[in-house]
Design a protein around this ligand. Structure first.
Ligand code: TYM
Length: 338
């Protein structure tokens, strides 16, 4: 049976890239997996968030807020285990045990580190560099089979597979399973509304670059209206669209939300300009996000209930992680209890 695990950093609001690239798949997996006797673990990656500067006064609130957003988007804490990473020490412990197996050369190839560290590589935190080892621990500690993520996390999961393979081989064990990334076909990489060559991201300083799940109908419509495009009408041929990054991005968003292929969307809108396409896209977005936004507002009124949900999830996660953590200590010849 399937064991599904994925995480999200509790920084900023949930945006459309997170939702279409990952969270919607979490919700789908939750239904599919429960039907076949498997289980799902979803967590707020607060230990990952501290690899860059994070205000300690805001972190707990951000964890709660992101938990509420996930529940509003369809994660059912009765069926899925929902928790924050810091509440399950096995993640951090296993990350240290795996640090003996992961190679510096492997980490040196990680493109996200290069992007996030920028020019000041020497001044980046050690945690930002070893971040993918913690991420490997996050999935390996549950013997995960499937990891629903956006395309930007694919390289990190390949590293997790390399670490698992080397650990199993070096220590003569079959403790770790190899996790399979699950990347959606049409929303693997949602781009900024201001620049079709930059990823939609919570770290972009422009609010106009992304749609938040908390945006109201007018804000969504305004952001789509102002989204960068080109003057040409939409083509019928996806290969032609592929050469127009901003147009391609808006069509991908439409296709992902309406659960259609790019071809199907183009078949409907070919020959029409953005004056017609943008209002149709805005309306679709507003209709899809409206129930999520409403539910989110309701959940945020009861922080004590959110804390109770997270505590319950953490207890379940600790129990699930413990045998694998014990197996890793034993495989390494380490004594935990005397
Ligand atoms: P994070 O918090 O940056 O993003 C959460 C999820 O959203 C996806 N995503 C996108 N998908 C499509 N288009 C975009 N523009 C876009 N932006 C974000 C991400 O791919 C991700 O799936 N390292 C992870 C969190 C993490 C994790 C894990 C994930 C920590 N441990 C273990 C899976 C398994 C991260 O920073 O995601």
């Amino acid at each position: 049976s399937k064991r599904v695990v994925s995480g999200i950093q509790p920084t900023g609001n949930l945006h459309l890239g997170n939702y279409l690239g990952a969270i919607r798949n979490w919700v789908r997996m939750q239904d599919e997996v429960a039907a076949d006797g498997g289980d799902c673990f979803f967590f707020l990656a607060d230990l990952h968030a501290i690899t860059v500067h994070n205000d300690p006064k805001e972190l707990a609130g951000n964890v709660r807020q992101m938990a509420a957003a996930l529940i509003a988007a369809g994660i059912d804490p009765e069926r899925s285990t929902l928790f924050n990473q810091a509440a399950v020490p096995a993640h951090a412990e296993l990350a240290w045990l795996l640090a003996g197996t992961a190679r510096i050369g492997w980490l040196n190839r990680m493109t996200q580190f290069k992007d996030k560290a920028g020019k000041n590589r020497e001044g980046a935190s050690v945690g930002l560099f070893t971040y993918p080892v913690l991420m490997a621990a996050d999935v390996l500690v549950y013997r995960t089979t499937h990891v629903p993520v956006g395309e930007d996390q694919k390289q990190h999961l390949e590293l997790a597979r390399d670490i698992a393979t080397k650990f199993n081989l070096d220590f003569g064990t079959d403790l770790f399973t190899l996790p399979e990334p699950m990347i959606p076909p049409t929303a693997a990489r949602i781009m900024s509304l201001r620049d079709g060559n930059a990823k939609m991201s919570k770290s972009d300083p422009s609010e106009q670059s992304r749609i938040h799940l908390t945006d109201d109908a007018d804000t969504i419509a305004a952001k789509i209206r102002k989204a960068k495009t080109d003057p040409e009408p939409l083509p019928a041929d996806p290969a032609v669209l592929a050469e127009r990054p901003e147009a391609r991005n808006l069509v991908s968003i439409y296709a992902a939300i309406s659960d259609e292929s790019t071809e199907q969307v183009l078949a409907r809108f070919a020959g029409q300009g953005f004056g017609a396409f943008k209002p149709a896209l805005a309306e679709l977005l507003v209709e899809t996000l409206r129930p999520i936004t409403a539910r989110l507002a309701e959940l945020e009124r009861d922080p004590a209930e959110l804390d109770r949900i997270l505590a319950h999830g953490a207890a379940k996660a600790r129990a699930a992680a413990e045998p694998v953590l014990a197996g890793a200590y034993a495989a390494l010849g380490l004594t935990r209890e005397t």
